[in-house]
Design a binder for this molecule. Structure first.
Ligand code: KIV
Length: 267
């Protein structure tokens, strides 16, 4: 396990340089935060996936800024080693001004170290403004769950040459605007590998193959308690005797690139 005492944005950049994989897991409360932190997971994400995992909705759309802050506060109370990344929820960043206002709350009340937002070209000004004001930003391309109603379902993104090129262009523009990391969700492996190779900032994949600089999973998927688990997830509880053991197995499998395997990827 790592001898670091705390993961920072600089750590993430160094990990990409050094070829050390970044482990990320969602967390929504203090108890799980403590277990995840004890297993030295590099990044904890208070994801708007809490709309499904905690609130029981079909999508992330109903999650509010107040909801995210409530859960971020709880997670932050036990998050000592991991970097705390928090999602900007649906419609909370429709202008740079609104993004700045809501980010201020998420960082001051929720104790976030970094915010994550979905979208490419339309978010460039917002990412630039956040960066200018000293906020670390993780961008999110590929499947963007906040747009599920527009997309017509949860589907792999970037399959055509045009869509793939657009995603690469967006990734580079987000990096140039100051983004510090990029989540790639449900992206074909070759495209994710290409984006990872072109960027200086780390990519964190979910359904994007083992070539990304790191991986993220939803905690409930890892624990095998999601009713319909996505193809890209793995139940790490099956071969582990405890929750801490399952999280440690995930960490080790990401670090040695044995997760995700081919069966968890899209070609
Ligand atoms: O909300 C979330 O949990 C996420 C991850 C799936 C990347 O955005």
């Amino acid at each position: 396990m790592s001898s670091r005492t705390k993961t920072t944005v600089t750590t993430l950049h160094n990990m990409k340089q050094d070829g050390e994989k970044i482990t990320t897991l969602t967390a929504y409360d203090a108890s799980f935060s403590q277990v995840i932190d004890s297993q030295k997971i590099d990044v904890m994400l208070v994801g708007d996936s809490l709309g499904m995992t905690i609130q029981g909705h079909e999508t992330t759309v109903p999650v509010s800024v107040d909801d995210i802050i409530y859960h971020a506060k709880a997670v932050a109370s036990r998050c000592k080693y991991s970097l705390l990344m928090v999602d900007l929820p649906f419609m909370s960043y429709t202008s740079p001004e609104m993004a700045l206002r809501n980010t201020a709350r998420i960082m001051q009340e929720g104790n976030a170290h970094m915010v994550k937002l979905e979208g490419g070209a339309p978010q460039i000004e917002t990412v630039s403004q956040l960066t200018h004001h000293g906020v670390p930003v993780c961008a999110h391309l590929g499947l963007q769950p906040q747009s599920v109603h527009k997309l017509g379902g949860y589907r792999v993104q970037g399959r055509s040459d045009n869509d793939g090129q657009q995603m690469l262009d967006d990734a580079l523009a987000l990096q140039n605007a100051g983004a510090d990391a990029l989540v790639l969700e449900c992206v074909p492996v070759d495209l994710a590998n290409k984006i990872t190779a072109e960027l200086n900032i780390p990519t964190i994949g979910i359904g994007a193959g083992a070539g990304c600089d790191g991986q993220v999973l939803v905690l409930q998927d890892l624990l095998g308690i999601t009713p319909r688990a996505p193809k890209f997830s793995k139940d790490f509880m099956l071969d582990s005797g405890s929750i801490a053991g399952a999280i440690a197995a995930y960490r080790d499998a990401v670090k040695d690139s044995s997760f995700p395997a081919e069966e968890h990827c899209f070609l």
